[in-house]
Design a protein around this ligand. Structure first.
Ligand code: SIN
Ligand code: FE2
Length: 234
């Protein structure tokens, strides 16, 4: 007798280890926020109701395929001038929505579980991936504070997360990230190249036809209007 595909998949998922090392100081924590999926998605919707998802321009004149918004004291902004953190949402001219308390607590707990106690993020970038959208390999290096890790929470449709080394050309590991999984990278991996492969179309029971990713960042305020910027395309 053959099992229905859903049961087969559930069996596969549960046999994966609860945590997987992706590199030195980099961990995939499977199902770490599974019990809060619905509440996290609801909080992300409330953020987007105040500061809408938008597709931003890159310095090279392109447009990111992934739609973004932010919450927290600072938000990551990309435009023709480059990449930076800003206190104001350039669309609304208002401060970014406050970081929901649940976001802060989840980020702190995940960071601790990966060995980074006391993580207090100033910014949460909220990415929305629709079918076929992707995030090409890049480093998160606009934060200026490289002592703190990056905490990345996956919600909604599954995706393939790419995690490489310090150089763009370094080999990458490909891991499937499911709703409720968290990836944390810091220490020797803090500047690792990472990205997301084109999203497969699907329907998630809570998020619908998209994947929502929250990345939490501790940011040191930069002295000038523009602070550096890695390269990021499409
Ligand atoms: C990011 O690198 O900002 C997002 C990563 C992800 O969506 O998993
Ligand atoms: Fe990133």
């Amino acid at each position: 007798m053959s099992a229905p595909p859903g049961d087969l998949l559930a069996g596969l998922t549960s046999s994966l280890p609860a945590r997987e090392r992706l590199g030195e100081g980099a961990w995939l924590l499977r199902g770490f926020v599974s019990s809060s999926e619905a509440a996290l998605l609801e909080a992300a919707r409330a953020v987007a109701a105040q500061s809408a998802f938008r597709r931003t321009s890159t310095r090279s004149g392109g447009t990111l395929s992934v739609a973004m918004t932010n919450c927290g004291i600072l938000g990551w902004v990309s435009d023709a001038r480059g990449y930076r953190y800003d206190r104001l949402d350039p669309l609304s001219g208002q401060p970014w929505p406050a970081m929901p308390a649940l976001f802060g607590s989840v980020a702190g707990r995940a960071a601790s579980a990966a060995g980074y106690a006391g993580f207090a993020p100033a910014a949460c970038l909220v990415n929305r991936y629709e079918a076929r959208t992707k995030l090409s390999l890049h480093q998160d290096r606009d934060e200026l504070d490289l002592a703190a890790p990056i905490v990345s929470v996956s919600l909604g449709l599954p995706a393939t997360f790419l995690f490489g080394g310090q150089e763009r050309r370094d080999p990458t590991v490909r891991v499937r990230v499911e709703s409720g999984d968290v990836v944390v990278w810091g220490g020797a991996s803090r500047l690792a190249y990472h990205g997301v492969a084109p999203l497969a179309a699907g329907e998630h029971r809570l998020a619908g036809a998209c994947r929502i990713n929250l990345t939490f960042r501790k940011v040191a305020l930069c002295p000038g209007a523009l602070c550096s910027g890695g390269r990021m395309d499409g």
